[in-house]
Design a protein around this ligand. Structure first.
Ligand SMILES: CC(C)(COP(=O)(O)OP(=O)(O)OC[C@H]1O[C@@H](n2cnc3c(N)ncnc32)[C@H](O)[C@@H]1OP(=O)(O)O)[C@@H](O)C(=O)NCCC(=O)NCCS
Length: 161
């Protein structure tokens, strides 16, 4: 699916809130206040994907190089399994790497099969299970990716890196 990517703008707020609330169950989706808080963080970076001028995808990250965190990744149901999430993630990872990020972390509900499959497909590994992370009852996986080309290489055969 050919979508156009661009940085999010303040005027996108209502559309982003709607999209996030359509992507996650009540209580896990962001409230107005939380979404506004994350979008305003100086360390946050948001990008949207548009199809014919309509926002169909959104990624929000927060960085403190060499670490970054995916706050959310949302793709409209009508546009799933068409590569929109992958396109947003690839562009975001590229930009983060250029700004010195080496490791990206995120959390996703263990029951979010599509989400877990998506992250694994993109090289994110399960690091830990966070018990009752969402709403004090839903477990989450903490997942992590070391960006390619940023691994320390062994100086001597057999050296641990
Ligand atoms: C998870 C999500 C972002 C994926 O976005 P998407 O645009 O549909 O993903 P892509 O089309 O780029 O998929 C890339 C690959 O991820 C995996 N994947 C994506 N959705 C999947 C699903 N429902 N089941 C199994 N694997 C899936 C597949 O390997 C897929 O490749 P394929 O289609 O060639 O098999 C989307 O389903 C979504 O917004 N879900 C609700 C919000 C959410 O869970 N966000 C992630 C947690 S923060």
């Amino acid at each position: 699916m050919p979508v156009t990517l661009r940085a999010h703008q303040p005027g996108d707020f209502a559309a982003l809130l709607r999209l996030d609330q359509s992507c996650f169950p009540p209580g896990i989706a962001y409230s107005k206040t939380m979404l506004r808080y994350f979008l305003k963080l100086p360390s946050a970076d948001g990008m949207v994907a548009e199809d014919a001028g309509k926002i169909v995808g959104f990624i929000l990250t927060e960085e403190n190089p060499p670490l970054a965190h995916v706050i959310t990744l949302d793709v409209a149901e009508s546009h799933r399994r068409q590569g929109v999430g992958s396109t947003l993630l690839a562009e975001s990872e590229k930009n983060l790497a250029l700004r010195g990020v080496r490791t990206i972390l995120l959390e996703t509900a263990t029951e979010n099969e599509a989400g877990v499959a998506f992250w694994q497909r993109h090289g994110y590994r399960i690091e830990a299970t966070l018990k009752r992370y969402y709403l004090r009852r839903i477990d989450a996986y903490e997942m992590r990716k070391i960006l390619p080309g940023t691994r320390k290489t062994a100086r001597h055969p057999g050296e641990n890196v």
